[in-house]
Design a protein. Structure first.
Length: 272
């Protein structure tokens, strides 16, 4: 069974997933950060694939992506760095980023290498649902032997995670829920990623609306969760939360990954 599914079978509340950009702040820091997050008690980790034009991200993650690219990070290097990661950690690992670098790498090569290093899921916000279900991308000079991307992901035991937002219509949400396996990424607002203040009334109403839909898949809320208070707020409506910008911002000034990451995770969980 996929590790993401195993997680949600054994834990339904206060799931904490943390995002960071591979290659930031140092080109070789990803394995160290992953190990420190697992040791600190996070439930899941999203490893960002840096891209030159991350249009859905705010300044903090944009800057981390630019720094990572300047450091020389690439998908090929990332897969090399993760070759032995499953000897260190057991929690679910996902790759998150944009479709362009994946297509340049080759979708079939990407899925194969994800499987080889123990990646459990992929989040590609600009991969449309219809394309995922019905199309196969060309790999090299000939079309993939797979009927569609859905089949390709399934063969490599990868879950493709879809996003919904406050603007997503209910029928679209129902369709995403019907085809999803793992969880649904519930974007808290239509803005870019970043550290926000308290949630607005319309965001709380959105969280409540999704909760009342009683979807078959669990949901994790992301965008704007940065402290214990915002974590607790979304956990009243969703199965947990995804924290990105606040963590990436902390890493930018960290001189001691192990200690700083432990403190960060404890503060999110307990407020202390």
């Amino acid at each position: 069974m996929n590790r993401i599914n195993t997680l949600f079978r054994t834990k339904q509340h206060h799931i904490l997933s943390v995002y960071f950009t591979a290659g930031h702040p140092d080109v070789d820091s990803a394995p160290v950060i992953i190990k420190a997050l697992a040791d600190a008690g996070v439930d899941m980790i999203e490893i960002g694939m840096p891209f030159s034009d991350p249009i859905a991200d705010g300044p903090i993650i944009q800057n981390s992506s630019n720094k990572a690219l300047k450091n020389g990070m690439s998908l090929k290097l990332l897969f090399h760095q993760l070759q032995s990661i499953r000897k260190e950690v057991e929690i679910p690992l996902l790759l998150m980023g944009y479709l362009n670098p994946v297509l340049q790498y080759g979708m079939e090569n990407f899925c194969r290498d994800c499987s080889a290093v123990g990646i459990d899921g992929v989040i590609l916000p600009d991969l449309p649902l219809d394309v995922f279900e019905n199309n196969s991308f060309e790999t090299g000079s000939k079309s993939s032997s797979y009927h569609n991307l859905k089949e390709m992901f399934s063969v490599h035991n990868l879950l493709n995670i879809f996003l919904i937002s406050p603007q997503t219509a209910e029928d679209r949400i129902r369709k995403i829920d019907a085809v999803s396996k793992g969880f649904i990424y519930m974007v808290s607002s239509s803005s870019t990623t970043g550290i926000k203040g308290a949630f607005r009334e319309d965001q709380i109403n959105y969280f409540q609306r999704i909760k009342e839909l009683k979807l078959k898949n669990p949901a994790l809320a992301g965008f704007g969760i940065s402290n214990h208070e915002s974590f607790e707020t979304v956990c009243r409506y969703a199965n947990g939360a995804i924290i990105g910008s606040a963590f990436v911002n902390m890493l930018s000034g960290s001189k001691n990954f192990g200690g700083d990451i432990s403190i960060f995770v404890r503060n999110i969980k307990t407020g202390k």
